[in-house]
Ligand binder design. Structure first.
Ligand code: NAD
Length: 369
């Protein structure tokens, strides 16, 4: 049998174990599932629905889930899936149910929500397969966006990281790119620690006030009008101007690769906590670090969502999800930053090194090595 070696181009000692293309001719549902590594247990990872989602994107995100889940000490490996469709125009219930039926026997993959899917989507997946996380409250779910657990974890991460750059959170300035389910609670929890939000953006623009934005009022404006740019007591700037705002803390919490080699030099911050997944390219992260800007990587800082998903899957409570998020993220941030400053290494390399070692150890317990 001849095998096209190209399809194994990205495999390494961890995975991916499976890359599956799915097509259902009646509904024309097209999807990709990547199960990256299941040494620690069945893979948890979201279903992304977007018209332009690619195998490579799903593969990168699946690996990120392997690292995130093992760093968080969850009994789960990493995976991800992508349904190639526009969530605004398709019959979502039909396409999600079709996808769920296609993965019913893929028992090593437990789907969760991601861009383009939500709690209702997970309810349909659960109905078809009896396997999903991020469920509605009525089905025993812990509503992670309602409680803002990822933003909560991001704020706890900042609280640990500040000590490594001698930053006092009381009075520190904050800028948030993407005032959504991660950005809003991050702003709220950090405001509780005395941080002053001076800039925030969404897909329509940036709002800025050097004296500070009222976080609760900004959340109200965003939720009632759809955009932060309708906030009255601030200056409206372009989306791209956000990165240039002089600040102590910057939280990218929207899209991938928003900071790259093309624009990393304009960033004017001391500490960056990655709320979004892969918001900064790896070479830009290194360039920022070389300029003395501390960047805490995504899979360390934004694990609150998957920690809560795992607590939900194992029938835990909302209070224990918050507790586990706080303790895990604080412990991991400290472990990584201690090593960064003692060994003079980059944060992502350090974090990936620790995560890889943990996955390899889990593989040894399974007699895979
Ligand atoms: P969301 O849709 O609730 O919010 C995203 C926000 O970003 C929206 O306000 C949107 O208007 C804004 N936005 C879109 N394009 C923008 C642009 N070009 N510039 C500035 N803002 C823009 O999404 P979310 O759940 O907050 O997720 C944000 C990121 O965090 C994603 O990368 C997601 O994968 C990641 N993440 C989310 C969670 C979670 O618990 N929700 C957990 C881990 C990682």
């Amino acid at each position: 049998m001849q095998i096209d070696e190209q399809i194994f181009e990205f495999t390494d000692e961890l995975g991916p174990e499976k890359i599956i293309h799915l097509y259902e001719p009646r509904t024309r549902m097209k999807a990709i599932v990547v199960v990256d590594n299941t040494a620690a247990g069945p893979a948890i990872g979201g279903i992304r629905m977007a018209p332009d989602v690619t195998v490579n994107e799903v593969r990168r995100l699946a690996r990120a889930m392997t690292y995130k889940n093992i760093m968080a000490g969850l009994p789960h490996g990493g995976g991800k899936s992508g349904i190639i469709a526009d969530p605004k125009t398709v019959n979502k219930e039909q396409i999600i149910r079709t996808f769920a039926r296609a993965i019913k026997n893929l028992l090593e993959y437990i789907p969760g929500p991601d861009m383009g899917t939500d709690e209702s989507s997970m309810a349909y997946v659960y109905d078809e397969t009896s396997r999903a996380v991020g469920l509605p409250r009525e089905l025993g779910g812990i509503p992670l966006d309602e409680i803002g657990v990822t933003g909560y974890g991001v704020a706890e991460c900042a609280d640990v990281a500040k000590d490594y750059i001698n930053l006092d959170l009381n009075g520190a300035r904050l800028v948030i790119e993407g005032f959504g389910n991660v950005g809003k609670p991050a702003a709220r929890f950090l405001a509780g620690k005395g941080v002053i939000l001076v800039g925030a953006s969404d897909s329509r623009g940036t709002i800025y006030n050097s004296k500070g934005l009222d976080v609760e009022e900004l959340i109200r404006v965003k939720e009632s009008t759809g955009s932060v740019t309708n906030y009255k007591d601030g200056e409206v700037l372009k989306i791209t101007d956000l990165l240039m705002i002089n600040t102590d803390i910057l939280i990218p919490a929207a899209r991938p690769d928003v900071i790259s080699d093309a624009n990393s030099d304009v960033v004017d911050a001391k500490l960056i906590i990655e709320g979004a997944n892969i918001p900064i390219t790896e070479s830009a992260e290194r360039a920022l670090h070389d300029r003395g800007i501390l960047v805490v990587p995504d899979f360390v800082a934004n694990a609150g969502g998957v920690i809560t998903a795992s607590v939900e899957y194992h029938a835990g409570t909302e209070a224990s999800a918050l507790d586990k998020t706080k303790n895990t993220i604080r412990r991991n941030t400290k472990e990584i930053l201690d090593k960064v400053y003692s060994d003079k290494t980059y944060p992502r390399e350090t974090a990936v090194g620790i995560a890889r070692q943990r996955v390899l150890r889990a593989m040894k317990y399974r007699e895979w090595m």
